[in-house]
Design a protein. Sequence first.
Length: 283
Amino acid sequence: MKYSILLTGSTGFIGSHIYNFLLKKKISVFALVRKKKNNLKKKKNFYIIYYKKNGEIKKKLSKLKIDTIINCSTHYSSSQQDTEIIKMIDSNIIFPTLIINNLKNKIFNYINIGSMNEYSFKNMHQPLNFYGLTKKMCEEISSFFFKNHKVNIYNIKLFDTYGDNDKRKKLIPTIISNYKNNKKTIINSQNLFLNAVNIVDILKFLEKILLKKIKPGNYCLTSGFVKIKNIIDQINKSKKININISYLEKKIISQVRKKVSGLKYIFVKNKTKEFILNKITNI
């Protein structure tokens, strides 16, 4: 695979795994990063481009020879406070839009990591939350800028993700961390369902795209919905393990269960129970 890729969000969970995957494939990777305070290190075929303000992006990209953009840039928050709204608009809309606008004449592949928060349970034409709205707008903006250019567009939608080296404040790493530290995990409801895809399966799908085995389009990677309480109960019964869980009675906002028109669904095996069990067994 001979590619020259601009990767955004390279310091995040998904982006960092993609970054390592691409380097193993000996693909040239350019990472556009706002701050120097990160764990990124210069390596062969890996180039870090630092910038301070959005106004610098055009100049930073002007001399680059890029054929593919992989957009993992994202900021998630359930809060609608002004500060969080500003961060989501900047990371999820403004930042990728500036990149797309400045590289639209150069690239032939655009791969965007989206979210199933872009759809809601009751009305699949409306986002589930403000975060989903910003991700949906990013997709529509890319379609607008690329409409007169021969660019293969791939939008990959995810419900949730997990995998090795996950330090996010998400459910699966929280359960593992709390077990390690002998702490109780608080879950909002016994009726909470999870549809999580392992980062390994995301990388396999990405490789198929780069090998041109996948046609351009909108895809949803899904492992199916499983009740988290059932997973925990099965783990606790399987061996001498006691994951300490407390369930609240909060109302859960339903995620999309019906198929969304226009999305092609890629089903992968649900391995959340095996992943959690393996991690806590080896603590």
